[in-house]
Structure formats: structure tokens, C-alpha cells
Ligand binder design. Sequence first.
Ligand code: ZN
Length: 547
Amino acid sequence: MENQIRKIVVENAVLHEGKANTNSVLGKIIADNPKIKEKINEIIPIINKIVKEINSLNLYEQKSMALKLKIKEKPKNKPEKFKLPQLPNIKIGKVVTSFPPEPSKYPHIGHLKGALLNFEYAKKYGGKFILRFEDSNPQLVKQEYYDAIIDGFKWIGLQWHEIDYLTNHMEEYYKAIKTLIENKDAYICSCPQEKIKKNRFEGINCSCREKDSKDNMKDWKEMLTVSEKGSKILRMKIDMNHNNTVMRDPTIARIIDTSHIRTKSKYRVWPSYDLGTSLLDSWENVTHRIRTKEFELRKELQEYILNKLGLTSPFILEVGRLNIKNAIIQGRDIREGIKSKKFSGWDDPQLTTLVSLKRRGFVPEALKEFILSTGVTKSESVYDWELLESFNRKIIDSISDRYFAVLDPVKIKILDLPKENISIKMKPGSEIERNIPIISDEVYISKIDNESLINKKAGLMFLCTSSFGEVKRFVSKNINQDIQKIHWVGSKNIKIKIMMPNGKIQEGLAEPAVLNLKKGQLIQFYRVGFCKVDSIGKEILFYFTHK
Ligand SMILES: [Zn+2]
């Protein structure tokens, strides 16, 4: 046994710059031999002794000992790019987290932070992650949005153990509301909205507050059946002078008399956000929740509600929201923009919805890395698009084949240009090549390049050096390092369109090999940027990813 332990300790020491760690040695021993757990108390002193002994040697001595013990040196693990900070009150295997989108719009990059952190924490602690639809507003909820959230999160790689719906719990809500009314913790208010607002501001109680439980129950039954929308609301009875204005007898249920996609017209009174979310946390047995801090002031109310019902709150970690400069993220703005044709749809390239990012050629790994790189902190920052792009570029640069396309092309003639097929590698280091046929001395280059090169020499990448005088003339097949290199397309070419991030289409010409591309493929056009193939057929359309 001692010999086996010594081997593991030496291996561990060599791996960690000469310092073995008792816990990781113990972990390895248990992993190799799970039964040893029963004798753990006998083993630990032995490990400690050997760790002390080995750690007193220098790395050179440890390495020669490893050689003697026939331990192969392992390559070091790559350092993890990001580590989640520990959460309190953790029981491994018992952690439950939840992420609660409202199915009232398509998910965008801002939603991902909360979703990803709840998912990652459940994974880290071997727990359960619940995707919860807080679908309590029948006027906004649509089947399309439930589907979009599921598709978007699946695309990112989130996995959930369970999908829950607020609408599955309506009977439980009604039961909880009855309890609150019976215990005089809630009352039905029939005051006009303006008066409620004014009273809340000035800290004045209305007479509804003084009703007894019996009258409130009667009003509640009317709310459930006949009351007109807006004529009655259910309010929590707390304190109209509370410092936290959220606590001034907030609305916890209201009538929305619209058929719900899931429950049709079965229910007409709907829980507010605070009642909805806090009870679901409890009913789902959520132990930890990570959410953005705009809900900070509501935490007190949510805990108050749970407390009145004898339920406990999960641990809540608040993190700063992720904002991208100039991103349009409000569901209402997007819905209206689609209606007015400002956006072509939820996947319009001007938006930061996941469907838009996907269509443009952002990859899930880049989004994940970008979001986790912003950290688990309360501080709120506004990030530039360029940062997200740099994460994406790092990943797609090595997988994208490179092609020639020219936007805003002008035709030039290069005198004496040899007519031949030229072979170009698909990308640097690639074994595969394709041909570009040069069938005439006509070549297309971008208008800007043409204007800036007057009376200069330039290299047409992989083709030749040409002079740009009054008459353009072939100089040599070689291209010197020190002259400007430009992209080009031969006279045999294909018309293409590129959807730009501003939602406008640019037309151009591309080399014939683009006809072999597949829908969804990511490529780079030299000096133009990365693009994703959107359609190959009658029309050849790309979506511009980024430079
Ligand atoms: Zn009232």
C-alpha cells in the first residue's frame, strides 16, 4: 500500500512543480480504488507522512525518483480559463438551480449570463438545473417563444434535468393566495389605479385594507369569476410607509382575461412576478439561484411572501447584467421593430438574439467564453461588440476556409497577365487546394483599392505584381513583401450578396469555387471578413460575421 501511495505522491509532486497535495493524492487513490474510503482514517496519516517526505526533495530528485518508479511524466493540464467562485451552503449532489425566462420573446445574449451560470453551477456541484417558463402573462406568451428559448439554449449547449411551467402550478398559487387572505396577509383592493399609485407614493392606507378575511374571500371569488379586468387586484398587506417602496402593499395577482396558449381560458387571475417566482423557487426546491441584480429590491418582498407561507428562500447570488453597447434587447422594441419592418424578424442581423448571432456565424463556444470571461461579479459593465467578435474570431479563424470576393468591384485590365489556372490552398497550412481559372486579362478589384493605388505597384494576392499606372501592366509572378497586397476576382466569377450587420445587403463578385460551399459553412473572404453561407442556389447569400 505504501508503495502505491508513494508512486501517486511522486507523480503528483512532479506535476505540480515539486509540491504534492494531500487532497489530490487522496482523490486519486480513491478514484483508483473506491473501497479504500472505508479505511480513510488509517490512510490519511500515511499520505501525510509520504507527502511531507517527498515534498522535502527538490524537483530534480523527485523526477529521478519518478524515473525509478517507472512513472511516465504526464503533460500538464491546460489551466482552466475560468473558475466559478464557490457558493455557500453546498451539499454536493443536492444543489438545485433554476433559470426562469418569460416566453414573451426570443432569447438574446443578455439572457445567457443567468442561464449559463445557473447551468454551470448545477454541473459543478453535481446538482439539478431546471429550465422554468414563467408564463404568467397570457397576453405576451406565445408557443413560438417557448420553442425559441428551448432551441436557443440547446444550441448554446445548456442541458436541463427538467422543464417547469408556472402554468403547471396555478392551483397551488390559488391555494397559497387563500392562505394569505385567511391569515390577513393579503387583501383585495378595488381602488382606481391612479389612487393606488398616489397612496403608495404618499404612504396612505386605503379602506380596502381594513376588510376582514370573509369579505376578502368574497372579493377573491369575484375576481376569479366575474370582476372586470382592473377593477380588483390582490395586494400583499405589509406597510404603506416602508422604506423599500416595493414593500408598500404590492400587487401580487391581477386579472388578465386573455386565453393562454397552455391553459386556454381556465384561469383569469395571474400571479405577479414576485409571487410567481418566489413560490416556484420553493416548490421546485431550488437551493441556489444566480440572477441579475436588477431584482435586488424585490428580494425583500419575495422573502417576505415565502416567510408568510412558512417557506424558505434559496440562496440568491446577484450578478451584474451583461450589456452590449447599442444592443436592442427590449422585447417590446423588437416586436414593434418587426411590425414596422425596421427588423426583418427575430434573426435580423442588427439584433443580439441567439437566432441572429447563430445566423451570422457566431459559435456557441465563443458566446460561452465571452460571457464567463465577464465574471461572476455584481459590477455592471457595457461591453463592445468588438470584444465578443474577438472571442469568436479566435475560434473560427482556424476552421474557416478562405476565398476571394470583391464588394463594390471595378473591372481593370492587366496587360500581359498570363492565362493559366492558379492553385491556392483552402487556408494556410491546408493540404487541399482549389483552382482559380484566369481566362483573360480582366480582373475585378474593389473600387477603393483601385483609387488608392494610382501610379503605384501592388500585389494581387497569389496572382502577380502589377503596376497601376494609366495602363495597368503585369510586372512579375512574385509579390514583394513590402508592397500593398489586395484581393481580386478573375473574369470568371459568381455574383454574390452579403447581408451586413446593419441589415443592408451588399452585392459583389466571388471566385467560382464558392459554388461548392454548403449552407451553414463559415468562411473568410480575404480582406473582407468572415461570413456564413446563408443560401446557395439561385441566389448566393452570405451573412457577414465580422472582420
Ligand atoms: Zn383600495
